[in-house]
Design a binder for this molecule. Structure first.
Ligand SMILES: Cc1ncc(COP(=O)(O)O)c(C=O)c1O
Length: 407
């Protein structure tokens, strides 16, 4: 039976997004990547753009590890040894040596007892929240948390869901106080780094507040931090938001698909938490893990991140970030200063954002326009992301192009 009315409704919705300039549209795909050459970092060629080389200022691959020859070699060797897919979920026959080695390495990297890898950070969060929260739990979540936290919270069958104002510690404290006597476990959830603006959650202050109230809850206050954008990019050795603030979450979620340059997600925590999740987390039990080549590549990437090579990359990343942020300020643009390689250029207007993104692309620069509803109205911005494979020449080129545009 033709779904005429159903499809018409969908078409009307997407047409409205397009009319309001909010549609993402069909993706432009990358057809070729050129290796770094001379003073230039890697360049990307997009379908339909002929031989215009693009500088990618919108990748999460903060440490530039996606093209690292040792990471690629690790992936190829694992594909030859184990095949390209796991062929089963973990508990049936889908656990390969690289999965186990990677979990050990990530647990050690974060100073935790154990680790569970998942097919993405999105599923790591969904699985952790849905599995750890019970009908005796109240979840308290920052209002600007990532979509995966919002959806996980919607899905979780809990006593109550509360939202505190973005980074507002007084509001968090108020909501914790209001929860006393209402539940046995309190689950406080926050992004480590808020990816639209590169701002971090003050994990030190959050843990201090939690410690002050923990005794009021029969089964503790549990802090869950999603540090997908922080790990690899923040802290002297890339341990992320925890290292930056000198504090620890009870359950930490990270991704293998951003600074580590591969794909997949993970949860690190104490042995009892991970043991329980292996028994109960549906997004671990009933869905395939990342592939053995991905796990082997990620293992190599974490090893590199945790070496002199990795620390040199972090240092360069920070220098390039400072140079770009400082350059934007000198040019009179509005930005937010932070150590994180997400550098927002606040335009505060959807049309201006879309025009600037098009202009940048015509000049061979890929950056992302972020409009409502991803950010609140009035906070529209262009998000630039600095990576360790950007060169001084690359950063100065982007600044020179921006200098030619009206503010
Ligand atoms: C805070 C946060 N969590 C999770 C994710 C999803 O990561 P992954 O691609 O590994 O699912 C993102 C990605 O944008 C993110 O910013």
């Amino acid at each position: 039976m033709p779904l005429t009315r159903f499809e018409k409704n969908l078409e009307d919705s997407t047409a409205l997004l397009e009319k309001n300039g909010l549609a993402k549209g069909r993706e432009k795909y990358i057809v070729r990547v050129a290796a770094p050459e001379g003073e230039k970092g890697p360049r990307f060629y997009l379908e339909g753009c002929g031989d215009r080389a693009c500088l990618r200022m919108n990748s999460n691959s903060y440490l530039g590890l996606s093209f690292h020859p040792e990471v690629i070699a690790a992936s190829e060797a694992a594909a030859a040894a184990y095949g390209v897919g796991p062929g089963a979920v973990r508990f049936i026959s889908g656990t390969f040596q690289p999965h186990v080695q990677l979990e050990k390495k990530l647990a050690a990297f974060h100073g935790r007892e154990d680790c569970m890898i998942t097919s993405s950070a999105y599923t790591a969060i969904m699985g952790a929240i849905v599995t750890l929260a019970t009908t005796d739990t109240i979840i308290i979540s920052d209002e600007l948390n990532h979509n995966c936290i919002i959806n996980a919270t919607k899905l979780a069958r809990v006593k109550e869901k509360k939202v505190y104002r973005h980074l507002d510690m007084e509001d968090l404290e108020r909501q914790i106080t209001d929860s006393i006597g209402q539940c046995r476990t309190l689950l406080v959830v926050t992004d480590g780094v808020f990816s639209m603006r590169g701002i971090s959650a003050p994990v030190d202050k959050i843990t201090e507040i939690i410690n002050g109230f923990n005794s009021h809850f029969a089964r503790d206050i549990v802090l869950l931090v999603d540090d997908s954008h922080g790990v690899g990019a923040l802290g002297a050795t890339g341990r992320g938001t925890e290292e930056f603030f000198g504090a620890r979450a009870d359950v930490l979620v990270g991704t293998l698909g951003k600074a580590f340059g591969v794909n997949g997600g993970y949860i690190v925590s104490s042995a009892p938490v991970i043991r329980y999740l292996r028994e109960k987390n549906p997004l671990y039990i009933f869905t395939n893990p990342i592939t053995p080549p991905e796990a082997a590549a990620a293992l190599k990437a974490v090893e590199i991140a945790d070496s002199d090579d990795g620390r040199a990359r972090i240092k360069h990343l920070r220098e390039m970030t400072d140079r770009f942020t400082g350059g934007l300020i000198k040019l009179g643009f509005e930005t937010i200063v932070s150590e994180h390689p997400v550098v927002p250029l606040l335009m505060r207007d959807t049309e201006k954002v879309n025009l600037m993104v098009r202009n940048l692309q015509e000049n061979g620069i890929l950056a992302t326009g972020i409009n409502f509803p991803i950010v609140p109205k009035g906070d529209e911005l262009i998000r630039f992301q600095i990576c360790a494979d950007h060169t001084l020449h690359d950063i100065d080129y982007v600044l020179s192009v921006l200098a030619s545009f009206p503010k």
